[in-house]
Design a protein around this ligand. Sequence first.
Ligand code: CO
Length: 428
Amino acid sequence: MTNTINQPASNQTYSIEEWKRGYDSQPNEYDYEITEIEGEIPSELSGTLFRNGPGLLDIGGTAIHHPFDGDGMISAFSFQNGKAHYRNRFLETLGIDYLDGVLEPGDAFAAHPWIDPNCDMDDGAPCMVNFRVDPGLSSKITLFEFAPDGKLLRRHSHSVPGFSFIHDFIITPKYAIFFQNPVNFNPFPFLLGMKGAGECVEFQPQKPTTVILIPRDPNNTEVKTFSVESGFVFHHANAFEKGNKIYIDSIAYQTLPQVQPNSDYKEVDFDRLDPGQLWRFTLNLENDEVQREMLESRCCEFPTHNPSKVGRDYRYLYIGAAPEDSGRNAPLQGILKLDLETKKHQLHSFAPSGFVSEPIFVPKPNSTQEDEGWVLTLVYDGKKHRSTLAILNGENLAGDPVALLHLKHHVPYGLHGSWCDEVFVEGN
Ligand code: CO
């Protein structure tokens, strides 16, 4: 991987100037039916896709330092009867939600919940699992599990040695799994107001990652840890148990550059960054051995799959990916489908002018096959300076899009989103 540094890019599939325009502010709020459509919106697709991210990336014309500092904006795409409606709003703060007393003022609540589709502890009912981490010299990880009506079912805390920088986690029926990335944290410049918190975190690539397995059953307090060479992990794709082994699929970066104060996030030299790559880690619960295998060398991020397979053995994974398998970092310009059984790949590329967001898999109603559904992704067109919602065929991803819904404007690059079966805009 180190040989990727300082070599000129070959087969560059994009214009960096077109890529950068996706970070232009979108100051307007819209509310309209989408009418410029190629293909046909499936009439069975009913519900709402939410996307979040920054809407304003400048303050009075002065660019902000990091997209996370931008004013938050939510986009909602509502689908009903073969029609689609777009609406975006900046976030008015209505008040702070403490989840009926589950949280206290100042408490953290992670941005990456999972829904266990049928929880053994709840007679097969679904439940939502999330966590908070209180980092320090040792870190306290608290697990929360909620019933579909929002009632807290289980809450328990566990102390683990060392500082923790944990963005995401993953679940199986028995465990909540955390990757404790090897980082140093020097809080003093942050406490003195000299640096942002992100600038005080330093990745230690020569040190191993600790994988922490916390039993989801509060009666079982036996936390297991494994030491693994993973690089830096933000996002996990999935995990599952099989026999005495746990399988975990995650996106790992060999190295991560230190966040520099006052640096411009748009002046990215992609060639100088290691790509995110998909790895499978196999933990043997009997002999504590760990194996790792690279599943995809192409630069990729934002994995998704059929939500009925969370924590279960699964076959199909969809992920934002670079269109070329160069082993280099590059903007995500396509969606890749991986068949983990046959190892076959399918790529739907939007290069050279399209830049994709996190894909979301929506199963077809009454589907029987795991890949029977639609893959939704918001694509920024750097040439036309507008965004398009692409509906791709989950079974035949590389084929023609099911539909392309062109917006009248662009939506700045966002981060995550979610699908909800409810339709919030009436009258479509
Ligand atoms: Co995330």
